[in-house]
Design a protein around this ligand. Structure first.
Ligand code: MG
Ligand code: MG
Length: 394
């Protein structure tokens, strides 16, 4: 049986600022999912939130990019937007950037990840997978953790211990600066052979993001899908941070959950996002359904683990990986690092890169100041420096 797991998320409004969706908004999401399961659109599904983003987790048999599923998600977010607007919530419908997408919400604002899989594959009797959701950050936030889990034995000893993992992976990396409605600019790189080429791209997370990772032992099997579209490319201006989701299949031919969550504990990665999407701070792993309330909107990431049965059902139970005391010390360390950064305010590396800021009001100020700059040509008169020809001989 071919089953597709789709996760589609959007920020369609939140209470008291960029915090979390309201209870009524979440109730509408739960109701919509329940009716879609009942009428057979979905096999199974659930709705969660991470900060101000609602994620719809859905299994079905319609394949990737199916109009039936994408239209359902779009209509659900539209319906939730009505509640958000009625309640006066902040940013109602914020991520719904076009009026009517033609059966596919990719490029219309919501973040999308999908993986189609064969639930009868002999090499994969159990289907374990993780759903990551990030708030106040961009798709490149997954670059470093995924690189470390899939390429670096210092963070994933399984790459040495498992003969299947040892065969390596194929990364698909997307150039997010390529702004076209008709094409994506992508490259495929095989690791371990091209690991430094991969690193060269991934070190620029504002521009390049991992979009997919496939097993090389089983090339038909996709391990990872990351939502790697930039909202500012869709809208042409800053309309909120991308807040990407990621879907990771784990165990057996893929890394284990403990190997993919390890970098989130050890590196305390600084990402672009935070307040106004314009600052750099470390991203904090938190329990599912956590509101953003910290100073300067510290970026958050959640991680749920599921098992899917042979019929494609997965919501019978789940594990909240970051909602555990094992992560308490990590959170404290990250908060400490974040406050260190905040002491530097807007200056230098604590604010986002110039490329990211080009979508903000800073660009307008720079443009206005630019016309007031003048060129000083009489350097000698200004500095008092005397040319060597005029010097008195010793
Ligand atoms: Mg928001
Ligand atoms: Mg958000």
């Amino acid at each position: 049986m071919r089953v597709t797991m789709s996760v589609i998320k959007a920020d369609v409004g939140s209470i008291g600022g960029h915090t979390k969706p309201s209870s009524a908004m979440m109730a509408r999401a739960h109701d919509r999912i329940a009716s879609a399961v009942k009428d057979g659109t979905l096999i199974d599904g659930m709705a969660t939130y991470t900060g101000d983003d609602i994620a719809l987790l859905m299994s079905h048999t319609h394949g990737e990019g199916a109009a039936k599923v994408h239209d359902f998600a779009w209509d659900t977010f539209k319906s939730i937007t009505e509640i958000a607007a009625k309640e006066g919530n902040y940013g109602a419908g914020q991520d719904l950037l076009v009026d009517a997408p033609s059966g596919n919400v990719k490029g219309a604002g919501p973040a999308v990840v999908e993986i189609e899989m064969d639930r009868d594959a002999a090499h994969r009797p159990a289907e374990a997978f993780l759903v990551f959701a990030g708030d106040k950050c961009a798709p490149g936030a997954y670059n470093l953790p995924l690189y470390l889990s899939f390429c670096d034995p210092m963070h994933n000893g399984g790459l040495l211990l498992s003969p299947v993992l040892h065969k390596g992976f194929t990364f698909t990396v997307i150039d997010m600066d390529h702004k076209s409605r008709d094409s994506d600019r992508v490259i495929e790189l095989n690791v371990p052979e091209q690991v430094w080429d991969l690193a060269t791209l991934l070190r620029d997370p504002d521009r390049f993001a991992i979009e997919k990772i496939h097993s090389r032992a089983h090339p038909e099997e996709q391990a990872v899908s990351v939502a790697a579209t930039r909202l500012h490319n869709v809208a042409g201006k800053y309309t909120g941070k991308d807040d990407p989701v990621a879907l990771l299949r784990v165990q057996a031919i893929f890394p284990a959950p403990e190997e993919v969550v390890e970098p989130w504990a050890t590196i305390h990665q600084i990402v672009t996002g935070d307040c106004r999407g314009s600052h750099n701070m470390p991203i904090m792993p938190v329990a599912i359904n956590t509101a953003v309330t910290g100073p300067y909107c510290l970026p958050l990431v959640t991680c749920l683990g599921f098992s899917m049965d042979k019929e494609g059902r997965f919501t019978h139970d789940y594990v909240d990986f970051f909602g555990n005391p094992a992560w308490d010390q990590v959170r404290l360390d990250i908060q400490k690092k974040a406050l260190e950064f905040r002491r530097q305010g807007f200056f230098g590396v604590t604010m986002a890169s110039q490329a990211e800021l080009s979508y903000t009001g800073l660009a307008e100020t720079m443009e206005a100041l630019d016309s007031s700059f003048g060129l000083r040509t009489d350097m000698a008169a200004q500095t008092g420096v005397v040319s060597s020809d005029a010097k008195d001989p010793d």
